[in-house]
Design a protein around this ligand. Structure first.
Ligand code: 5GP
Ligand code: ZN
Length: 119
């Protein structure tokens, strides 16, 4: 069960109630550095509007989320990882490894990430 938007960690980050290292912001999307980076570049890209995850998008919230792959490609270029390669993933639900229940994509790169999608 997800927290209400008023209590949600990433909603608080989007509202700037909790500080984060923001690298990109527009009206509907925010990208900031993961607090526990798993790679030299590890950004989290979120729609500012709360959705629990990919399974919970609505006609209202889906358009912003659909822009995330294009933003990830721009940020990969900005962060200098385009030529080496990068990964964009969203963990869905407990078995998917999701721990923060506000839709987010991890943008990872800056080192060889390996071929395994799970261990
Ligand atoms: P998930 O496990 O849900 O796919 O990813 C959640 C991510 O949020 C984790 O990689 C975790 O390190 C990151 N995270 C958790 N709390 C914070 C925080 O307060 N600030 C930032 N910037 N990242 C966080
Ligand atoms: Zn939220």
């Amino acid at each position: 069960m997800s927290a209400p938007a008023s209590e949600c960690l990433f909603c608080k980050i989007a509202r700037k109630e909790i500080p984060s290292a923001i690298v990109y912001e527009d009206d509907t999307l925010l990208a900031f550095k993961d607090i526990f980076p798993q790679a030299p570049v590890h950004l989290l890209i979120i729609p500012k509007a709360h959705s629990e995850g990919l399974a919970d998008l609505t006609p209202e919230t889906a358009p912003a989320a659909a822009r995330i792959p294009q933003l990830a490609a721009k940020l990969a270029l900005d962060q200098g990882i385009q030529s080496g390669g990068w990964r964009l993933i969203s963990n869905c639900g407990a078995d998917g490894g999701q721990t923060v229940f506000h839709l987010h994509f991890h943008l990872l790169g800056g080192k060889p990430l390996g071929g395994k999608l799970c261990q």
